[in-house]
Design a protein around this ligand. Sequence first.
Ligand code: CUA
Length: 342
Amino acid sequence: MWHRRSPAENSRPPTRAGLLRAAVALGGCAVLVLAGCHADHAQSMLHPAGPEASEIARIWWFLLAVCGTTFVVVLTLTGLAVFGRRERRTESPLGNRFIVFSGVVVTGAVLLAILLVSLRGQVALAIPESDLTIDVIGHQWWWEVRYPDENIITANEIHIPAGRPVRLRLTSGDVIHSLWIPNLNGKTDMLPDKVNLMSITANRPGTFRGQCAEFCGVQHALMRLLVHAHPPAEFDEWILERQRATDIPDTPLLQRGRAIFMKEACHNCHAIEGTSVGRRGPDLTHVGSRVELAAGVLPNTPENLAEWILHPDVLKPGNVMPPTPLEPADLQALVAYLMSLK
Ligand code: CUA
């Protein structure tokens, strides 16, 4: 049982043991924070992969230095006040001047420096000219990705060329979401009634992770996406590949899979170029080429896709896709058909 501390107890200076306990608690917090650092750095704002994220990282390190220094100075002065020799603790004009100097001049200078660095960052983060525009639309809980000029629609993956600024037009199909790809830029809100712009420029090829950064419902944490930055020639190839008409199923298994897709509810919500036009859920025209399923819930394998078709409510509770109970042979055909859509 704890008890309310008396005024006499409250006025007691902290003991060395108390300070030691506080230091141990702080150290524990630091270990927990560092434990969150991922070794692959694919979702880390401290490992910027482009000029936008580099600018943000610079501001972050500057703020860490300023706040860390302030923290150490304040703790040192507090320690001196608490443990310093008692006879020194008398009021003096020097002490008053010190308080005015540190409280007004130093604090003002620090805040001004932070303001100037932030304003410089704002200017540096202005959206540059770009010849590639991608529309990203947030949905509960997945990402629709459209290349309007290239006439490509995909989901939960953004493919970009490395070395070129890319303009993202962000909006939402339902509630407010926020796109955050830490290696490439900061967070930008996605609103149902307004288009927000964001620029990303990957300075090297690689795969980076993104995440919805605005609470948008029960599966907010499972609203992830991948950004694949390709070497320029590979990106052009990717575009051509996506523009190519999908193959007509040419084996009995794939034809049966396609028939199941049209017979069951799938086609009402999912579009496949040349086959169905549903727009409620992700476009599946090239679903077989994607790395993950259900906005980062599962790796895209035939087993996982089958599991997802049978139990989307279990794998991602609250999402709108209904379970589709199928005979094993029908399920196998449907999965084979969907995985063939590269
Ligand atoms: Cu979408 Cu959180």
